[in-house]
Write a protein that binds this ligand. Sequence first.
Ligand SMILES: C[S@@+](CC[C@H](N)C(=O)[O-])C[C@H]1O[C@@H](n2cnc3c(N)ncnc32)[C@H](O)[C@@H]1O
Length: 266
Amino acid sequence: MQINYQETSKDLLTRIAIHEKYGSANIDVWTAELLKPQPGMHILDVGCGAGKQSFLLDNYTQGQAHIIGGDISEELLNLARQKNQARGSKIEFRYLDFNQPFPFPDESFDLVVSAFAIYYASDLEFTFREAHRVLKPGGRLFVSGPLPENKKMFYDIIREATDKPIPPMPGSSRFKGPILETIQRIFAHTELHTFENHLTFPSVEPFIEYVRASLSEDRKLWTPMFSNHEEYEALIARITEVAQRWYERDGKLVMTKVVGGILAAK
Ligand SMILES: C[S@@+](CC[C@H](N)C(=O)[O-])C[C@H]1O[C@@H](n2cnc3c(N)ncnc32)[C@H](O)[C@@H]1O
């Protein structure tokens, strides 16, 4: 399956900031407690984006782990490199396409992580075999991504506003099925963990900011819903009307993120 997916740094950073501002729980704490990264570990962050998870692991290992973050977006890699330099950390950020052989020898890493990214892979079997190949014996893979019940309120509002089916999301539609099954087949031991985060929006505006950062014309996933800028703005206007109605009815807008974390050992 070829997935035409492009992330812009602006959208990604907007969504991260909204999670931090309106969320009830911290995904970084959940991740770090599950993984317990140690100084000296060799860690690969696949689809690292602007480096959020790489910097988290670097903090938890007091800068003493060997961390490589890989992504196809030079724009996001450059943001990660700038932050790396500004904070004086030693993470290596480099180009990596998870649909191609990973550019590392066998058994190079203690931990391979991928947050909200690797599930966009075209051939899951190929990509997770690559992750397995570059892990040392006993090494661990951690993949996080949305579960099917993720952001129900967000999709319900869009459905009410459009009367159109929501395009299938490669993460949530595949996470518990093909992604978990592929990892279970390849790895010796697999666990599925769950993280819930309630985002309470105190008004309609920050919710619409989140909607824009998810549906923006640059994110090719949503293009079946609009084909040009006018249609996009008309869609946002209809979503705003519905969100306003929900807000007046309930006095708040609460969107629950339901995230799965697959932890597997080689
Ligand atoms: C939702 S972002 C998550 C970024 C980061 N892991 C985080 O948690 O902030 C998904 C990332 O996957 C990257 N990506 C998409 N296709 C890729 C590919 N074929 N190889 C490597 N990275 C890819 C995108 O560039 C983007 O940075």
